[in-house]
Design a protein around this ligand. Sequence first.
Ligand code: PAF
Length: 287
Amino acid sequence: MQRLDRLADVRAASRAWRSAGRTIGFVPTMGALHAGHAGLVEQARSECDVVVASIFVNPLQFGPNEDLARYPRDLEGDLRTLTAAGADALFTTTPAEMYPSGFQTHVVPGALAEPLCGASRPGHFRGVATVVAKLFHLVAPHQAYFGQKDFQQARLLQRMVVDLDFDLVLRILPTRRESDGLAMSSRNRYLAPSERTAAPALHRALQSVQAAFTAGERRSEALAAVGRAALATTPAFRLDYLEVRDDETLELVPTLGGGAVVAAAAFLGSTRLIDNLLLGSAERRLG
Ligand code: PAF
């Protein structure tokens, strides 16, 4: 696997691939890779001529009291995962190169960034959109791959691609889960054994909402109440939010139509987990 450790390297490599007529698939990550990331790389491998992954723990998307300093880093393990999944190149860089002295321009997403994680983590999505826009310019991919676990992120980046005329297709692939239902996440490494045992309750709470939706409940607040009550049976969890919203606009719709998303964030100790499920026809609109 080719290592591209400078902005100029990735830009030059991308230009060469494009002039040779090769299509580029891109998987941006913050490292500490798991089978969910590997699945994104494998999908890119099956659809594109060249597969590029990036690892960059982006300081711009962490709040002052968040886990930037202790965010898991495992470059050796990541290289093995990327090689096994079929990546051709890995782009890494430093905060100093990504945001040199004098840096002051940001991408500010709109309404899609306001609810859910946007409300709990002010500035987070501005940081995400800014770094992803920079990465898209540097890598110039034909297709970019994101996981559904970060559904709000993926939706607002799809919007950014349209609004800012990026010439690429942004794919959202279904969340990969452990055998007990826990969504795969780099942050699962933080969980103490007792927290890891409790963690699948978040997925089960979302499933209870899905079951109520399938049974015919269409009032979004009633559906959310089902999920909150289910999660409350696992007292180790401290709920941040659990909401049922339109899966495209992320607006609150009192009475749902054919599809929606139920999304939740909750803490186990100091670890914040997020997860979501698509309801009804929303699965067909993943993109
Ligand atoms: O989902 C992530 O890992 C990050 O938010 C991303 C998209 C790599 C931007 O830093």
